[in-house]
Design a binder for this molecule. Structure first.
Ligand SMILES: NC(=O)c1ccc[n+]([C@@H]2O[C@H](COP(=O)([O-])OP(=O)(O)OC[C@H]3O[C@@H](n4cnc5c(N)ncnc54)[C@H](OP(=O)(O)O)[C@@H]3O)[C@@H](O)[C@H]2O)c1
Length: 354
């Protein structure tokens, strides 16, 4: 069996999580890790049985023993690292959000196309079997009328954000809440409601959004606020979509795709573990009975992160340059939407060109 030998950039929690899923695909092999510190690289390498350690991403990408690179570092570093790895001739699987902005996303796409190399955003939600089944079923419930999605998760890093604000201490500001690292709820978890919407429906005609922001001590007064939750409405022809995301409150509401012929309910948009189909019943008003739902959940992967590596490895071995699901157009379109929402709220990052 042909193995695909990966180099991993970043030794944080997400790299641990994705490796646990990736190794479930027997074609996956982690051969190298790149960290900002040699010591951290060594620790991570020992933990995961990785042979090669680097502190320079270009040196890792140039290594002939590395076939492809996975990027699991903070948002503001994705574009730079991806472009440098592509320039060294290596395909890239890059964590979500693809980049800080559409400007950066286009630079990444251009680099991949110029080099003729595979590039894909590691958006787990749209490679989930239940999401793919829901996508296949859209014609059965059409014409579509609404898409409503939520991802609200009280952040384990919120207490530290409050401390950073109270003390005015930039050192306590985690990248996920730091505008200098392209942080905030929209790019961190709002994207899980918006990316699937774009894969299902394309780009909306109009966006009306509202981000709740807080002032943060980033150390740079030009970038001193970050969003902690938000909502957005999207207009499509004959269809409206709305999303809600939060890092300061939880939500247990499912995602719902509604058509004139029935509804699809996904229990969680981030990682859907239960898919329900509710066929449209007789037209009714007032106090009519609800139609019973049918559980049409797909058998789960042993580990949910396996899907993105299996998909990427399939594409790599087939010589493909992009995913038909997590396409480069989808990644750029999503970044354009995120840019627009940030512009409406005045949330800015250092790399912005708008
Ligand atoms: N798909 C998912 O389910 C999921 C879940 C969580 C996060 N994510 C995404 O994964 C990415 C990382 O998130 P995280 O929460 O793991 O971030 P993090 O803990 O802040 O950083 C991850 C790792 O990146 C490296 N790093 C930190 N700052 C850096 C910098 N300025 N330049 C270069 N490398 C740096 C560090 O590794 P070294 O010390 O080894 O350099 C760090 O451990 C984000 O883009 C996030 O959106 C995805």
């Amino acid at each position: 069996m042909e193995k695909v030998r990966f180099g991993i950039v970043g030794t944080g929690r997400i790299s641990d999580w994705v490796l646990a899923g990736a190794v479930e695909d027997p074609r996956f092999e982690a051969v190298a890790v790149c960290s900002r510190k040699e010591e951290t690289a060594q620790l991570f390498a020992r933990k995961h049985g990785i042979r090669l350690c680097f502190t320079d991403v270009e040196a890792m990408a140039a290594c002939p023993e590395v076939d492809a690179v996975y990027i699991g570092t903070p948002n503001h570093t994705h574009a730079d690292i991806a472009v440098r790895c592509l320039a060294k001739g290596k395909p890239v699987l890059c964590e979500k959000p693809f980049a800080s902005s559409a400007f950066e996303a286009r630079q990444m796409v251009q680099a991949a196309r110029e080099q003729g190399l595979l590039l894909m955003e590691a958006m787990i939600s749209t490679l989930n079997p239940n999401f793919l089944k829901a996508k296949e079923m859209l014609s059965q419930i059409g014409p579509l009328r609404s898409y409503t999605s939520h991802f609200c998760q009280y952040s384990s890093k919120y207490a530290k954000l409050q401390e950073a604000i109270a003390e005015g201490n930039p050192a306590k500001l985690a990248p996920v809440f730091n505008p200098l690292c392209s942080g905030g709820s929209l790019l961190d978890i709002g994207i899980y409601t918006i990316y699937p919407m774009v894969v299902l429906l394309g780009k909306p005609e109009r966006i009306d959004s509202c981000l709740q922001t807080v002032g943060v001590p980033s150390g740079d007064p030009r970038f001193a606020c970050v969003d902690v939750q938000g909502t957005a409405q999207f207009a499509y022809p004959g269809l409206s979509a709305s999303v809600r995301f939060s890092k300061v409150a939880d939500s247990f509401l499912p995602t719902e795709i509604a058509g004139e012929g029935g509804n699809l309910l996904l229990d969680k948009m981030h990682i859907c573990r239960k898919l329900t189909f509710v066929p449209h019943g007789a037209p009714q008003s007032g106090r009519g009975e609800d139609m019973p739902g049918e559980d049409i959940t797909c058998p789960p992967f042993k580990d949910e992160y396996t899907a993105e590596f299996t998909h990427f490895i399939d594409l790599f071995l087939a010589g493909e340059k992009e995913s038909p699901v997590n396409s480069l157009d989808a990644s750029v379109a999503v970044m354009e939407i995120l840019d627009e929402i940030r512009q409406q709220a005045g949330v800015r990052y250092p790399s912005d060109r708008f």
